[in-house]
Design a protein. Structure first.
Length: 195
């Protein structure tokens, strides 16, 4: 699901909740699983309600808000660290960054423990994260170009996200998710556990 598609989906969720129910911050892990399933399949709210009329739309919205709040905080913490690549900044930001980039945080902790040059390592990873993001964005753009060709589309989509291929773009250890629909299952699990 593209960024504009995700935004449109969430806008429709908010509108539906405003008209048909009361917003709640209560959601379960099942609500999150349902939400991610809808987002990953590129579904929309109308089709989801038609398929599963018992959906708790207010809980889907709460699940989205919960994941997005944590995702955005982690992304912002990474950006702040990159703009201020110091030991004190790393100490302050690492608890939020680890939610999306655990491998990188571990390597940076190892650098600190071994007395290495943390600023150099942070800059190195900043480049690696940017590259992983560019790869995902290029694949997303290709998806739009080949959307009328199911065979070609499947090939590109599997490069973006394939749960059994650890090198697919969204599963890349250095990919910094820019929206909820691109979160890997392990990142969803980590964000879910965090309040």
């Amino acid at each position: 699901m593209s960024c504009p598609d995700e935004q449109a989906f969430v806008k429709k969720l908010r509108t539906y909740v405003t008209k048909h129910s009361k917003y709640t911050s209560t959601c379960t892990r099942d609500d999150t699983t349902t939400l991610i399933g809808i987002l990953r399949s590129g579904g929309n709210l109308d089709s989801a309600l038609g398929f599963a009329s018992g959906l708790r739309v207010n809980s889907l919205l709460a699940a989205y808000d919960r994941l997005e709040k944590q995702r955005a905080a982690s992304e912002q913490a990474w950006k702040e660290l990159c703009s201020n690549p110091t030991a004190s900044s790393f100490s302050k930001q690492k608890k939020r960054i680890v939610k999306l980039l655990p491998v990188i945080v571990q390597d940076l902790e190892d650098t600190v423990a071994s007395g290495g040059d943390l600023a150099v390592e942070i800059k190195k990873y900043e480049t690696i994260v940017k590259t992983a993001t560019k790869i995902a964005e290029a694949l997303e753009a290709t998806c739009l170009k080949v959307s009328g060709n199911p065979t070609a589309l499947y090939g590109v989509v599997s490069q973006l996200y394939d749960p059994i291929y650890e090198y697919s773009a969204y599963l890349n250890y250095a990919y910094l998710s820019d929206r909820v629909s691109t979160l890997s299952p392990s990142r969803v699990a980590t964000l879910w556990k965090t309040r």
